[in-house]
Design a protein around this ligand. Sequence first.
Ligand SMILES: [Zn+2]
Length: 454
Amino acid sequence: MAIRIKTTQKILLLILTGVLLLCLAASVLVDGLLLPVRVVGASMAEAFLGPHYRVTCPQCRYRFAVDATLLPPSQKVGCPNCGHQNIELENASVQPGERLLVDRWTYRFRDPGRWEPVLFRSVDPPLEYCLKRVVGLPHERVQIVAGDVWINGQCVKKDWSTLRPMAILIHDASSDAPRRDIPSRWRPVTQVNRWKKRERGFRFSRNPATDVSEGTGWIGYQHFDFVRGVPRERERITDNYAYNQTLSRSLSSMSDLILSARVRSQGGGTLKFRLGTCELQLDASSQRGLLLHENCPVAQCVWDGKRISRDTRLEIAVVDRQFFFVIEGEVLLRYDLDKSNLDKSDLDESLGSADHQEGANPAGNTMSLDPRWYLAIGAKNLDLDVTEVQILRDVYYTDRIVGVARTRRGECQLGEGQFFVLGDNSPLSLDSRREGAGSLMERADIRGRAVRWR
Ligand SMILES: [Zn+2]
């Protein structure tokens, strides 16, 4: 039997609900279940910025943030993108640290998860609210190996939604400065040279003679770093932190990279991306994607070829020994590069004709790409526009912390209620890499979950 509620009862019910909601809101504000705080340090940059300057390079127009709490005595900074030095900060104003809400509610019911940013009471330095990221959970064995976090002897593999917001920009080709002493970092590297530079990117035009079968035309990336503005050609990409302008330390070679670009193509040819030992081949007519690892086909995916006939953001990544292929934020292919026992039956036999045999073309067509090109974009038999080409890197956890004499060596065994925490700005973050139990986060000291206040 249906229950009929009279109008007066309905009104009473509404008033009661309203009063309850008001009480809840008041309790949240009075009890401080959501407490506003402001970031004051540099150790979680660039995900969470403390007081900083927003700098636009006068030479290449690249925009970047610089720590305002540690500035060079000259008050001048260098551009990480084009190497231009002596950028004056005189006209820039300090931006305050980011505002956060401390969610004191969530961790009453569960422990923090891996990669979550957490606020806790720290003993050294003495702080009521210290912000770090949780990487190791109670009873786990934690070790930093070549910039990555290893748990119980295995490299921890972040998922895309965790790693992408943590990524740090290395180079943006749309802000590639015209400097006489540095050639363009992206350049044609094969005989099939149908690549041309265009505004904010590059264009590949197929051979108008359709009966001519050509190999793949590639552009490759040459890295530079800068010592006092002097460019040095580098074979590998290093973990520069532009945020830390005063820091002097040795840079580490990086392999965890993301290549991001907007792509628009016409024609049924092939688009290729090389990242280290991985190569992704996207065939526009069959709408198949094929992943090669060390020249062997290892995985495939189906993708909607129409998507790149429009202007579409494609991202290729090798991070934490796994490969990602992402279109407009949607992960189409994720492959574990540690997978040793590959089941070849997973692969479609029709891919036997794939382009990966191009290098061994019996016609003597030597179009295979020199392995020294760690990052490269290739095209074959299609018209292609590539714009907004960016290279980003994963956070690299350094062995040493500036100003700290000793850091942990080997594995750290966590006990009951202990968490291993790290700052994203690894070279200067005072975190669990330091020796001594006080550097770990204890469950009792957790103050809450860090929530962005936008
Ligand atoms: Zn610049």
